[in-house]
Design a protein around this ligand. Structure first.
Ligand SMILES: [Zn+2]
Length: 220
């Protein structure tokens, strides 16, 4: 979204919220790109509307980001991604870190989870200290490395550190809203989680996974 479209976006959500009042709880949220240096700009952007949920993303594939940070070394790009992920949590700008192992798709053949484990562990220690949540994003199964973001291995490391998880489909098209919901719940349980989180007016709420599954069966 271009910054000039922000007011239109807010107006569209407010209109939809009014239209579905009493039937569907429509909330205003945003996914903002993070890299070191953009904090003051984002702080102003997020203050322009009353947001219910703010996701922070390190998008390694965006050309501006790549121009600034890619040096030609895949492994150091992977390491830098986790450094920026930790910094995004420490910035205090975000409720949730979106698709928090997206970098594995930069060059799937060069992705070695075990090699990255110590790097990931250090970043997760820093993220856990901030209390910021992380997303389980089901759209990952459609990407070059077909598994959710993050991987089951990283999810287990997040669970060990008590990092809350928010579920997201990253839908982009209406048909994908809620996609992978039950599979994600199962993946979370296998990683050791018993609760799932979501945000209302930027305050984290939690729900037992069993209740979240029942609510899905109620609407499906
Ligand atoms: Zn994203």
């Amino acid at each position: 979204m271009d910054p000039s479209e922000f007011d239109d976006y807010v107006a569209m959500i407010h209109g939809t919220r009014a239209r579905f009042a009493g039937r569907l709880d429509v909330r205003l949220g945003i996914e903002s790109d993070f890299y070191p240096g953009v904090e003051p700009w984002l702080r102003e952007l997020h203050a322009r509307a009353s947001l219910s949920h703010v996701l922070g993303s390190v998008h390694y594939q965006v050309s501006d980001y790549r121009k600034l940070f890619y040096t030609g070394d895949v492994f150091s790009y992977q390491e830098l991604y986790y450094e920026h992920l930790a910094l995004s949590a420490e910035s205090g700008l975000f409720d949730t870190l979106a698709h928090p192992d997206l970098i594995k798709n930069e060059s799937p053949d060069d992705w070695d989870f075990e090699r990255m484990r110590p790097v990931i562990a250090r970043a997760l220690d820093r993220i856990a200290a901030t209390g910021v949540a992380m997303e389980l994003n089901t759209s990952g199964v459609q990407k070059a490395l077909p598994e959710m973001n993050p991987s089951p291995g990283q999810l287990a490391m997040m669970c060990e550190r008590g990092i809350p998880v928010v579920l997201g489909a990253d839908a982009h098209v209406p048909e994908r809203v809620g996609d992978g919901y039950l599979a994600a719940m199962q993946t979370l349980q296998q990683a050791g989680y018993s609760e799932i989180s979501y945000f209302i007016d930027r305050k984290r709420q939690s729900l037992a996974i069993g209740e979240a599954v029942d609510s899905w069966i109620g609407v499906a």
